[in-house]
Design a protein around this ligand. Structure first.
Ligand SMILES: Nc1ncnc2c1ncn2[C@@H]1O[C@H](COP(=O)(O)OP(=O)(O)OP(=O)(O)O)[C@@H](O)[C@H]1O
Ligand SMILES: [Mg+2]
Length: 361
């Protein structure tokens, strides 16, 4: 299958007012195929949003480009000027829905005005009527009421506001859509509707491939083909959604999965455990394995780093082999069940409603 987005050795950083450099995307490489969606997971501050912004190739202070390439459908974009990127890449090759975008809509403008701005930036010859027709058609196909076009953002519910933001951002049918926590601030039923909209956009061909960022791993499992785990500015593991949820290899991915409930068969008796400690300070570029100071297997590996391939589309960053890791996790899982003082067990009888039978002591 054709590759839609290819990112190679991308490094970007923030420059603070104190002139410190915070490298939040460090030598990141990955590719996304046409027709596929990929989830990005990781703790707060690990660089997910920075990666999303960096992949657009459009940088402004305090974010700076240091090196690497970004190719969208065969077109390399880091060599283009910001003006060219704004005019020919954003919206059409790649569209980005920032974290909390729905709260950033100017409350004094009607929704149709935002759509006109996006359409005009790309094709200034469109008449008002043509733009209106285009917007109505798109809203109809996406099952969004077209009366929203004449409303102000403040008049819309949270869920409708988010769906509207998604419709505005994708009006030019981008090849790649990056959605940064598109459903995090919503209630569960609005979340489902937003996810369905993203799914429809892909299915109807308005978006060809998607990067989906979220804290909520169960969501990724249901909506993305693949998952990448990010830690301290690096991608530490990548695989199919199923592999990543049920058989994570890198100890950080394992820790992340252990700290979240996945409402799927096979996670019965899952022991919830938090990852101790916090991610490292990125002001000083950490040497070797960035997870080592929090990793309970440091004594086994010695903190040395290795990039390992583990089957098609599967890779992880850890010196330990697959079988060694699985063995260690088995022992650890048994111990966690034996010592409920340090962890508590959730039995997922009613997992959708999350029934807990263990208790925190
Ligand atoms: N404007 C900025 N100036 C300096 N450092 C920044 C800036 N924005 C983010 N950072 C730093 O970059 C790192 C990555 O931040 P980023 O927002 O990309 O993380 P994230 O994974 O999206 O987190 P969250 O899950 O909370 O959204 C953090 O260490 C953060 O402190
Ligand atoms: Mg973020």
């Amino acid at each position: 299958m054709a590759v839609m987005l290819e990112v190679k050795n991308l490094t970007t950083y923030y420059k603070t007012r104190m002139n410190e450099k915070i490298c939040s995307v460090d030598d990141v490489s990955f590719s996304l195929e046409d027709g596929k969606s990929m989830g990005i997971a990781g703790e707060s501050g690990c660089g997910k949003s920075t990666l999303a912004m960096s992949v657009m190739g459009y940088y402004f202070p305090p974010l700076y480009y240091q090196g690497g390439s970004i190719t969208i459908d065969g077109k390399e974009i880091t060599s283009l000027s910001p003006d060219v990127i704004r005019q020919t890449v954003l919206g059409t090759d790649i569209a980005y829905i920032p974290q909390a975008a729905m709260n950033a809509l100017n409350p004094t403008r009607k929704i149709m005005r935002f759509i006109e701005d996006v359409l005009k930036a790309h094709n200034s010859t469109l008449s008002k009527k043509e733009m209106r027709d285009l917007a109505e058609e798109r809203f109809n196909i996406l099952n969004l009421p077209s009366k929203v076009l004449d409303q102000y953002a403040v008049e819309l519910s949270g869920g409708m506001k988010q769906r509207t933001v998604i419709a505005i951002s994708t009006i030019l049918s981008p090849k790649v859509l990056i959605a940064d926590e598109p459903s995090s601030a919503l209630d569960v039923s609005s979340q489902k509707i937003v996810i369905k909209l993203l799914h429809d956009l892909m299915e109807k061909g308005f978006v060809r491939s998607m990067l989906f960022i979220t804290h909520e791993l169960p969501l990724l499992f249901n909506v993305t083909d693949d998952i990448m785990v990010m830690y301290a500015a690096e991608i530490v593991e990548r695989g199919s959604a199923k592999e990543m949820v049920f058989d994570p290899l890198m100890p950080y991915s394992k820790g992340l999965m252990n700290s979240i409930i996945v409402p799927e068969e096979g996670t019965r008796g899952h022991v919830l455990q938090a990852i101790p400690g916090a991610p490292p300070n990125l002001k000083v570029r950490p040497e070797g394995c960035r997870f080592s100071e929090r990793c309970q297997y440091l004594n086994v590996c010695g903190g040395t780093l290795e990039d390992k391939a583990a089957g098609p589309g599967r890779s992880y960053r850890c010196r330990l082999g697959e079988e060694t890791l699985r063995e260690l996790y088995k022992v650890q899982e048994e111990n966690a069940k034996k010592f409920p003082l340090i962890s508590h067990t959730f039995v997922d009888e009613e997992i959708a409603g999350v029934e807990t039978v263990g208790e925190e002591r």
